[in-house]
Design a protein around this ligand. Structure first.
Ligand code: KG4
Ligand code: ZN
Length: 391
């Protein structure tokens, strides 16, 4: 079953075609993140306008690898033929997210559903993140032909690959249940019990800021601009414990017995320490401060995420743990969890880095494993869609 998926919940516009929820036939992502970075945050109206600009090029890029004809795929008739012949259903993110951004993807999907007479599968963006773990390894297409235009979107085209050629490498073959799933992104930090690919139960989440939001804001505070968690990770690598300054940040809620998180106090603690080291008046910041701060911020956030995930694994006797979302790309988090869970005899699954941040591949995977097909008329944007499921 080939699913065409569309993702447009925030500042990424993405489309992908995935076979049987596990084999990536194509994927394309365009992002307006660089533009928002200049203003210090996402401007929803601008993000929506960018979605409108990128949606057709991204859909064209995702469908192009499916063609077996030498004709221009941008020709409307060829796109229509490809969808009609090669696509079985259209999945689309309906929430949570920015309403203006969501509407662009949803309207595009509804148009396709109506014109090509395909069933629609509405998808919850946050729950979908975890299904990146079910997709075959190998970063097919994500490594291949990448073309950055001077201005405008970066589109990573997928390569068309032989049907079924990678199914055997998909993690779904080996994941044992029950599994604990940590979804950790810029907007969410949630823990789930996964009894099977279909049965999910929300266990806890952040009471205030998400882990990614904390990394993004503290990165800005310590002078790393809009680089977010990736900049923290890269700067932390340059920390030299023998010569750089040392200090300790709190690990909020680490010792609490529930499975909730809280990251806003950590942000405040970083501000307090930073002000202390910054000195007063015209004094220049000690250059050893930035790597030391990046290191301790990364240690604090990853300690909390590791502790809570390991607690959940112990509590529910989980055989596997899955991580997903942009922060799951963090190498220190992966390292800590791998080490801690090995001691608990629990297998850790992590998606390829390119499938952690927003894309449409996991939207298609979720649609295949857990989606409920419907007709295009009943699909609507749900910006506040709950992530606290229990089915
Ligand atoms: O999943 P995502 O692309 O968007 C949301 O749905 O929110 O996640 C974006 C988040 C940002 O907070 C970003 O700073 C963080 O993922 N991130 C990382 C890394 N790469 C991206 N955090 C830690 N380490 C990374 N390598
Ligand atoms: Zn996301």
């Amino acid at each position: 079953m080939n699913i065409l998926a569309i993702e447009s919940s925030c500042d990424e516009t993405a489309a992908a075609v995935v076979k049987d929820g596990t084999v990536i036939l194509s994927t394309a992502v365009a992002s307006s993140a660089d533009m928002h970075a200049r203003w210090g945050g996402i401007v929803p109206e601008v993000a929506a306008r960018k979605q409108l600009e990128y949606i057709i090029p991204v859909l064209t890029a995702a469908l192009s690898p499916l063609t077996d004809r030498p004709t221009q795929v941008s020709a409307d008739r060829e796109l229509f033929r490809l969808i009609t012949d090669r696509i079985d259903a259209v999945a689309v993110t309906v929430g949570p997210g920015l309403v203006g951004s969501l509407l662009i993807g949803i309207e595009a999907a509804k148009c396709i559903g109506w014109l090509c007479d395909k069933p629609m599968i509405p998808v919850n963006h946050v729950l979908a993140h975890m299904y990146a773990n079910f997709v075959a390894d190998g970063e097919i297409g994500l490594k291949s032909r990448s073309a950055r235009k001077q201005t405008g979107p970066e589109i990573n085209n997928g390569e068309s690959i032989g049907a079924g050629s990678l199914v055997s490498q998909s993690h779904i073959q080996e994941i044992t249940f029950p599994a604990i799933s940590l979804v950790v992104s810029g907007g969410h930090t949630e823990l789930y019990l996964m009894e099977s690919p279909k049965i999910l139960k929300w266990l806890g989440g952040t009471l205030d800021d998400a882990a990614g939001e904390c990394l993004d804001k503290t990165a800005r505070l310590i002078g790393l601009g809009a680089g977010g968690g990736l900049a923290i990770q890269n700067t932390a690598c340059t920390y030299r414990p023998e010569v750089d300054i040392k200090f300790k940040l709190p690990r909020p809620l680490s010792a609490s017995h529930d499975l909730n998180f809280s990251f806003s106090g950590l942000k405040t603690a970083v501000l307090r320490e930073w002000t202390k080291y910054q000195g007063s008046g015209d004094s220049v910041m000690d250059p050893r401060c930035t790597p030391a701060f990046a290191n301790e911020i990364q240690e604090a956030v990853t300690d909390v995420l590791t502790d809570k995930t390991a607690n959940a694994v112990g509590k529910y006797h989980a055989k596997s743990a899955l991580i997903s979302g942009g922060v799951a790309a963090n190498l220190r988090l992966r390292e800590k969890l791998k080490h801690r869970l090995a001691a608990a005899n629990c297998n850790l699954y992590v998606p390829p880095v390119a499938l952690c941040t927003d894309n449409a591949v996991y939207i298609a995977a979720y649609a295949y494993f857990r989606g409920q097909p419907t007709d295009w008329q009943s699909v609507t944007a749900q910006p506040d869609l709950t992530v606290e499921v229990a089915t």
